[in-house]
Write a protein that binds this ligand. Sequence first.
Ligand SMILES: [Zn+2]
Length: 163
Amino acid sequence: MSQSALWAPWRINYILEDKTEESNSGCLFCRLHEENKDCDNLILERTKYSYVLLNRYPYSSGHLLVLPAAHVADLDELEAEPYIDLMVLLKKSIKALQKALQPSGINAGINMGAAAGAGIAAHLHFHIVPRWPGDHNFMPVIADTMVMPQQLESSYEVLKPFF
Ligand SMILES: [Zn+2]
C-alpha cells in the first residue's frame, strides 16, 4: 500500500450494498435525485443538470460525489450543456471544500466502468476527496456505523453554506 493510500474498511459494505441496490431497486443515484429529501440524502446542491452529495461511505471527511442527473455511464453521453453544468458544479464543489475544510490537497477523479473501481458503474460520478497529511492515520476505522453518521451530519452542516 502506498503512503497516500487510504484504508476504508466500510467500503466493503458499500460494495455489497451496490449489488443489492442494482438488482432490487434500480439506480441509487437516480433514486436520490428523484427523492425530495436532500438533507437526509446528504445532497448539498442541485443545478439544472447535475447535483452534488456527500459520499455516505467516505474515504475521508468531506468526500463528495458530483454527478449528472441523467443516467449516463460515460462523459461522452452528455450533451454540451449538461457537460458544462457538471464541470461548473465540479469546480464549485472543490472551491467549497477548500473554503469550508481547508484541506492540504484534493484528489478529484472519475471511475468509468466497474473494472476501474466504479461502485455504481451505470451512473457516471466524480469523486472529490479532501486530503490532509497523515489523514489515513487519524481516520476512525473502528465503530464506523456509530461514528460516521455523526461525522456526515456535521460535514453536511459545515459545507452547506458554501454552496
Ligand atoms: Zn442512474
